[in-house]
Design a protein around this ligand. Structure first.
Ligand SMILES: [Zn+2]
Ligand SMILES: [Zn+2]
Length: 152
């Protein structure tokens, strides 16, 4: 995994080093207590639509390491009829939180922008690059590129 030269990476989250995050309005708060196992950008059309941007950046954590602290009544999930993971968001402010089934999936993909501080991992791949927006070139950053979904 390539390391960024300009900024040291924080210690990964753990039970003794929890990392918190939340939505824009502050109603939904969550905690991560396990290290992220992968992180990357997704350039798929669904991510473009749901974020209004060219890509979405997330990191995957085992579900046991993800805990909702408050705001469960605002948490909603959109399950695209065309497939793909459930897109979990705050229904009060619209903020993207994560993807995956919070009570059954093995891994939950947390949106890095929802975290309060350094996740202890850096994005190391880009997926669905064949679907990338025409108006924003993919940066020449050396990250592994996958035409479609990254396996595993
Ligand atoms: Zn909110
Ligand atoms: Zn995507």
């Amino acid at each position: 995994m390539p390391e960024m030269k300009d900024a040291p990476i924080a210690q990964p989250p753990s039970p003794s080093n929890p990392l918190e995050g939340g939505c824009l309005c502050g109603e939904v708060r969550f905690r991560v207590t396990a290290p992220f196992v992968a992180s990357g950008y997704c350039h798929c059309t669904r991510c473009q639509r749901r974020t209004g941007t060219a890509s979405s950046v997330s990191a995957r954590v085992p579900r046991e390491g993800f805990e909702l602290l408050q705001g469960a009544e605002h948490v909603r999930a959109f399950r695209p009829p065309t497939g793909g993971k459930a897109k979990v968001f705050c229904s009060n402010c619209g903020s993207a939180l994560c993807s995956g089934e919070l009570d059954s999936d093995e891994l939950i993909a947390i949106r890095l922008g929802a975290l309060d501080s350094d996740p202890g991992i850096r994005p190391h791949y880009r997926q669905f690059v064949d679907w990338a927006a025409s108006w924003e070139p993919i940066p020449d950053d050396g990250l592994m590129r996958h035409a479609g979904e990254r396996g595993g």
